[in-house]
Design a binder for this molecule. Structure first.
Ligand code: NAD
Length: 373
């Protein structure tokens, strides 16, 4: 097993999720590379304290320049607010490190394009985080979409729903202001999840009409005061894409005001002969449509059929931490040239394409018109 030394910049929600995925790497059986977390940078000393439970994470610094100067670090994962993406990603590349970037890969389209250009010019291995397609149900849906066996495609839906903003008393964080989350708001926050699979399938929208909705205009700031919130919270993008050689309706949805939904990623594809539906709300349930003399929606209880196999085989059901770990396995194995036909992480090109969709959605809503991409 080869070891890759990883540094994390931004040890908040996602920084810690990634660290815990590394800590149970022994669950994977088909990998020839293992990550070792050696360094963490975060502005908050209390956050750095948490990383003391990981014995290999001996470099814990508030200034990320120190992490980048550490010659032992091979790969840097960056999970910071969106307005800091471009600067820190550029610094990682300039330090000669490979980069696992968080979505949305820059605060807006121009930023994403500059990051992608810096990545290309650096020659470093760069991918963008998007874990939901690593669910076994998502992989099966991908296989159905690629099979060409569902007849004429009637439409597809891909989305990500949260109810995280329904409670108006929930304190604001940086994701609720345009200055730090970006003008895209929920598009920046959840859009990559909705766009990744359609883009991988080549279904880039040709034109779209967007409906955007705002959330609470203000929230508690967590310090006894009130914070103004100006981001879009819900987005429905009604698009047309070439699917199966025909222009086809494709709906992309991302919501932080979706009653009842908690981190729910879903994908549906319907054709005249067949179809598929998967939602992480039912993480081991795959629905397949078939049409004969009668019509059927067949329900399959999926096992743990992840791209990379695990010690316990197929008998359990998958969850968020599992697909995070699968995504890292894909990142490290692709970097080592050993992905072997499995699903790879989102590329810089896909990240830029997702921003092209977000920019078109913003223009569409602003001008109340269909935007051609
Ligand atoms: N892939 C996913 O499913 C997923 C889920 C949530 C968030 N994200 C993405 O991850 C990124 C971070 O989101 P989060 O929810 O973890 O945020 P967070 O607020 O929980 O954590 C961000 C961390 O960055 C630190 N930080 C800020 N500026 C810094 C700097 N200059 N140097 C070092 N550290 C700094 C903060 O102290 C904080 O600990 C965002 O891009 C977000 O969109 C991805």
């Amino acid at each position: 097993m080869k070891t890759v030394n990883v540094g994390i910049i931004g040890g908040g929600l996602m920084g810690r999720e990634m660290a815990s995925a590394f800590a149970r790497w022994c669950a994977l059986t088909e990998v020839t590379v293992a990550p070792r977390l050696v360094a963490v940078a975060d502005l908050n000393p209390a956050t750095l304290e948490w990383f003391k439970i990981i014995p290999t994470a001996t470099q814990r610094v508030t200034d990320y320049a120190e992490l980048l100067a550490n010659p032992a670090v091979d790969v840097v994962y960056v999970a910071v607010p969106h307005h800091l993406h471009e600067r820190i990603y550029a610094d990682v590349l300039a330090a000669g490190k490979d980069l696992f970037a968080e979505k949305p890969f820059g605060i807006d389209l121009a930023s994403a394009r500059r990051i992608a250009e810096a990545a290309r010019a650096s020659g470093r291995f760069v991918r963008c985080s998007s874990e939901m397609p690593f669910f076994p149900g998502a992989q099966r849906a991908l296989a159905v979409a690629r099979s060409g066996k569902i007849g004429r495609v009637l439409g597809a839906v891909s989305g990500f729903h949260h109810s995280s903003d329904l409670d108006p008393t929930k304190p604001a964080n940086w994701k609720r202001t345009n200055a730090t989350c970006g003008e895209g708001g929920v598009l920046n926050d959840l859009g990559m999840h909705a766009c990744h699979l359609p883009l991988r399938l080549g279904w880039k929208p040709k034109r779209l009409f967007a409906q955007l909705q705002r959330g609470s205009p203000e929230r508690p700031d967590g310090r006894g005061g009130v914070a103004a919130c100006d981001t879009w919270d819900n987005a429905q993008l009604h698009a047309w894409a070439d699917i199966g050689g025909e222009e086809t309706p494709l709906r992309l949805e991302m919501k932080r005001l979706a009653p009842g939904a908690t981190n729910t990623w879903f994908f549906e594809l319907l054709g005249t002969e067949g179809g598929v539906r998967f939602s992480t709300a039912e993480p081991k349930t795959l629905w397949l449509f078939e049409r004969g003399k009668e019509q059927w929606w067949k329900r399959t209880e999926l096992g743990f059929a992840t791209p990379f196999k695990t010690v316990t085989g197929g008998i359990f059901e998958p969850g968020f931490p599992d697909v995070i770990q699968q995504m890292w396995a894909a990142f490290l194995m692709e970097r080592a040239g050993e992905l072997g036909g499995r699903f790879g992480c989102a590329t810089p090109e896909e990240a830029v394409a997702s921003h092209e969709i977000f920019a078109a959605a913003l223009a569409s809503h602003r001008e109340q018109r269909i935007v051609i991409l």
